[in-house]
Design a protein. Structure first.
Length: 646
């Protein structure tokens, strides 16, 4: 009884302390806060940072097939407490993570009956909320038809967004696959291509506050969402498009009650530091099953990015295994058409050869089903449980490390169930999983122990397909650390040392960026398994210092620190692996990037190895010293720098 009285007293204090708000929830450090309202039966919230509004009053609630839980509601109280968690994650930007947040479970009634809880978490850099939809009388199942959840931006906000593509378009009718170009520094209210925007979504208010909006915890029990906008300052949660999955399946989510939705996340910062360093996507979720084995991570090769389909033959893959072994890499990704151009029997031989050389295999698969026209095989192996498990048993028997599954068809609930089914079955057979042509990962590094990474970005293959992508490589690379890669592992498949995207390194699209730029992106782009776009000829035609760096660069990190940058212009950040720090930067602007950067993580007069570019993008490697914890950098357009220090 005393505990109940105390909780009630705290709620009353909050009502009195915040004019107009019926509940205020502040972060542990008191700087970030959520105010909850329920005027005229309509729940809403806003977000402030250091007392300044960074997200204006925005609606809450869900629409169910049995009733509208967005209006006619009464806030009956909030249970407020503190949530703490500590966990270790080997597949993300930070290994050891401590999470603390203020939690408010806010109870709503309608017509005198409890119907909905809104659960808020307010950490020192992130706000998150989700809904608990309650059972009602004998109703133990329902359909979520939509959400009122929205994010209302202050006047003068600018946006950094990736437009959602229309369904069943693009290559072999495989869209949407989160592979469109970003629109940067656009005024709030722009509607993109008219289909909304894929998560994550970055905003900057006129006052200079940054907000990264995304979602996490999505599995086969719900749909993947996007942001939609009708031309004003309000961006709302949108469910999948009707035409996704070739029109198959509902755009709604069938749920068993009571049910908790995925989290909507808002990372907030006066600078981009909180955006780049956030771990909220994994803070809010828990593992869904135990790992069936001790999964390991590291570097790998793939021939397809340089040699395309023709390279997927036995002799060339054997040559790449030898190359991977020479580099000390753990894996080779054998891409599409291997079942036709190599065959299962010869693949078993290739796997044995790789094992002798210390190189395991990842095998490519088409997700198939009825949602794409992609002809690449193997097909009809991943979309049905019996065929999938039979294939995975064969892979386990032959020591295959993992799979790369491509060409998914949207974010409807059946597709989200397929992702989860593939991951779950793969774990049973000790296989790691990479997704391509796919949705954004939403806390999956922690939820699924055998999950590695997803593409969900305009990735390296586009550098092969068009010179325009090569010309814009630096600009695009300066976006991903702030947006896509900030919320989940990104399988980009880049860092080539070829001058041309062709098997002979003489023909094909031309790389505009420097070799040092390639080294820097090997650190900037985070994924615990990296299949780099290197080629066997690089042992002879690439600078020795570049090849040696690529032999040693880690793929798993203990710590990530943002230093400076702006989306689409430049980025400087540092990652630590063990006792070794990698400080890297790249520049996309026409004028050289000239800065004196502070490196407090390094010893006062640390000796470092520095990789730098001159004005003509000629790279070099030299020893240097960081004096008084500072270092000057001068980076030309399309160039980079790397500083390595123990």
């Amino acid at each position: 009884m005393k505990k109940r009285f105390l909780a009630a007293a705290l709620c009353l204090w909050a009502v009195v302390a915040t004019a107009g708000a019926q509940q205020r929830l502040a972060s542990p450090d008191g700087r970030l806060a959520v105010n909850l309202y329920c005027d005229d039966g309509t729940p809403a919230y806003d977000v402030t940072l250091d007392g300044a509004t960074c997200l204006e009053r925005s609606p809450l609630g869900v629409r169910m097939n049995f009733g509208d839980l967005t209006q006619g509601l009464t806030l009956k109280g909030c249970d407020v407490g503190t949530v703490k968690d500590q966990y270790t994650l080997n597949t993300s930007k930070q290994r050891n993570i401590s999470y603390e947040a203020t939690e408010g479970v806010c109870h709503f009634e309608k017509d005198g009956r409890p119907v909905l809880d809104v659960i808020f978490r307010v950490g020192n850099r992130d706000v998150a909320f989700r809904y608990r939809i309650l059972a009602r009388r004998q109703t133990l199942a329902g359909v979520v038809e939509g959400e009122a959840s929205a994010f209302t931006m202050p006047e003068g906000t600018t946006t950094f967004l990736c437009p959602q593509s229309k369904p069943m378009g693009g290559f072999a009718r495989t869209s949407p696959s989160y592979e469109t170009s970003y629109d940067l520094d656009k005024p709030v209210g722009s509607i993109g291509w008219g289909e909304g925007y894929t998560f994550p979504c970055l905003f900057r208010t006129a006052a200079g506050q940054w907000l990264l909006i995304s979602e996490t915890g999505t599995d086969g029990g719900y749909v993947g969402c996007r942001l939609v906008n009708n031309g004003g300052p309000r961006y709302a949660i949108g469910f999948p498009q009707e035409g996704e999955m070739n029109g198959h399946g509902s755009t709604t989510a069938a749920v068993s009650l009571p049910f908790e939705t995925p989290w909507r996340t808002i990372t907030v910062g006066a600078t981009l530091k909180n955006i780049v360093e956030t771990t909220v996507a994994n803070d809010l979720v828990k593992p869904k099953y135990e790992a069936s084995k001790n999964y390991t991570y590291g570097k790998g090769m793939w021939s397809w990015i340089i040699g395309m389909d023709a390279s997927c033959n036995f002799d060339e893959q054997k040559r790449y295994i030898d190359f991977a072994a020479a580099m000390g890499y753990r894996s080779l990704l054998v891409d599409a058409l291997w079942d036709q151009q190599i065959g299962y029997e010869k693949m078993e031989e290739l796997a044995r050869y790789g094992k002798e050389r210390g190189v395991g295999l990842f095998l490519w698969y088409n997700s198939n089903g009825a949602w794409n026209d992609a002809p690449q095989s193997p097909k009809h192996k991943m979309d049905r449980p019996a065929a999938r498990r039979k294939e995975m048993a064969w892979m386990q028997k032959n020591g295959i490390l993992g799979i790369k599954v491509d060409f998914f068809g949207g974010d409807k609930q059946p597709m989200m169930q397929l992702y989860e089914d593939i991951l779950t079955d793969a774990n049973d057979f000790g296989l790691q999983v990479i997704f391509h042509g796919c949705t954004l990962p939403r806390g999956w590094e922690r939820m699924y122990p055998n999950y590695v990474a997803s593409e969900a970005v305009l990735a390296s293959e586009n550098l092969h397909f068009g010179q325009g992508a090569c010309d814009a490589e630096a600009r695009n690379a300066c976006i991903h650390p702030f947006i896509r890669n900030a919320v989940g592992s990104m399988d980009f498949g880049g860092s080539t040392l070829n001058k041309h995207y062709g098997a002979d390194n003489q023909h094909g699209t031309t790389r505009r960026t420097s070799d040092v730029f390639a080294l820097a992106t090997a650190v900037l782009f985070q994924s615990s398994v990296q299949h780099f776009a290197l080629a066997p000829n690089n042992l002879d035609d690439a600078p020795r210092w570049a090849v040696d760096f690529m032999k040693e660069v880690p793929t798993t990190w203990d710590e990530t620190c943002f230093i400076d940058g702006y989306p689409g212009k430049f980025v400087i950040m540092a990652r630590r692996a063990g006792s070794k720090w990698f400080v890297v930067g790249i520049n996309a602007e026409a004028q050289p990037l000239q800065k004196t950067i502070s490196l407090p993580m390094l010893a006062k007069n640390a000796k470092v190895t520095a990789y730098t570019d001159d004005a003509q993008l000629n790279g070099k490697c030299a020893q240097a010293q960081v004096k008084k914890g500072q270092m000057k950098v001068n980076v030309p357009e399309n160039g980079g720098f790397v500083i390595v220090a123990e």
